[in-house]
Design a binder for this molecule. Sequence first.
Ligand SMILES: *Cc1c(COP(=O)(O)O)cnc(C)c1O
Length: 366
Amino acid sequence: MNNHVTVLEIDGNALDHNLNYFKNKLEPKTKILAVVKAFGYGSDGVKIAQHLQHKVDYFAVAYAHEGIALREAGVETPILVLHPQIPNLQAIIDFKLEPNLYNFKIFNAFLALANNKLLLNYPVHIKFNTGLNRLGFWHTDIPKILASLHENNHVKVVSLFSHLAASEDLEEKEFTTNQLNNFAYIAKQFYQHLAYEPMLHILNTSGVINYAKAQFDMVRIGIGLYGFGNDANETAQLKNTHNLKSIISQIHLIKPGETVGYNRAFVAKKPSKTATIPVGHADGLSRKLGNKKHYVLINNKKAPIIGNVCMDMIMVDVTHIDCKEGDEVIVFNRQEMIQKMANAAETIVYETLTAISQRVKKELIN
Ligand SMILES: *Cc1c(COP(=O)(O)O)cnc(C)c1O
C-alpha cells in the first residue's frame, strides 16, 4: 500500500475532455488508440486504461509487461505492444497482446511460434520505417513479408503502421509528406497482394494536429490525452490531467549566513523561512530545478526551490508566504507549470511527466 503524501492526481474529466477534443478533429469512423506506455506517461497506465477502456478502440504500450499489467487488471480492449522482444513472445500470446513485428527476426520468431501453437488468425501488426530510422521494415522487405503471409492462417495482420519523425515541426513538412506518401505506397502493395485489408495508422498527437488528412483508419494519441498539443494555442484547448501535490513537512527559521541543504548550496542573506517538502529527485524532480531554477506553489504563491534537490525532498523559500507545517504544496497543476518545469530542467514535457516515479502515489479523480 502506498501512503506517500506526495500524490499525483490523474484527472479523469480532463482525460475525457482531451479525448473528445481529438475525436472532434477526426472522421467519426477513425479509430482511436490511446497510448498508455511508461505508466500512462508517468501516471498510472492501469487506472488510465480502466477509465478509457470503453471510450477508445485500442491501447498501446511499449513493452509486454506493461500490457500484462493491463490484462491482469481486467482490461479487455485490444493492446498493441509497440516494441516487443523475442523472449516475451509467449507471454504476449498468453495475455492476448498484439505484437508489432518490426523486423524479420521477430516476424519469423512469431510466425514459428504461431505455427507451432496452431494459433488461428492471431492478430499482429507490421511496422514500416518511412524515415524515423528507429523500428520497422523497409519497403523493399514487402515481397518477402507477403510470401511468408501467403497461405498462412496462423496470424492475421490487423494493421500496417509507421511513425512520423517530425510531425510537430511544420518546417519539416516536406519530409513528413514524403513519409506519408511512402506509407500510402506500402499500404497499396499489401492491399494488392493480400486477400484482406489491414487497418492503417501513422499519426501521433502532433500528427493529428498538423496532418489530420492522413488519419487513415486509426490514430495513436499519447501526449494529447495528457493535455499537451504542439504549441501553447493547441495546449490551451486541452485540460491538464497530471496534478502533483505534496505538503509541508517542516518549517525552519534561519539567520543570515546560515545555509540550506547539501553542499550548503543556499546561503541566507537575510532572516529566512524555509519549508521542507517530501518530493525529491527520486520522485521525478530533476536536480536541475534546484538553486531557484524552479518553484512550487504554496497558498497560491511561488516558493522557489533553494539549494540542491535531494533524493527525497526539496527545501523552498517561504519567507514571504503565510504558511504552516501540513499546508498543501502544488508541484504542478496546470500545463503551463509543467512546461516551465520542463524548460527549467532543460528537457521536454514528455520527459518531465514520465520521470514521475513509481514511489509517488497515484489517484484517479473525477
Ligand atoms: C509514443 C508513441 C506514440 C504517441 O506519441 P504522442 O506524441 O505522445 O502522441 C505514437 N506512436 C508510437 C509508435 C509511439 O512510440
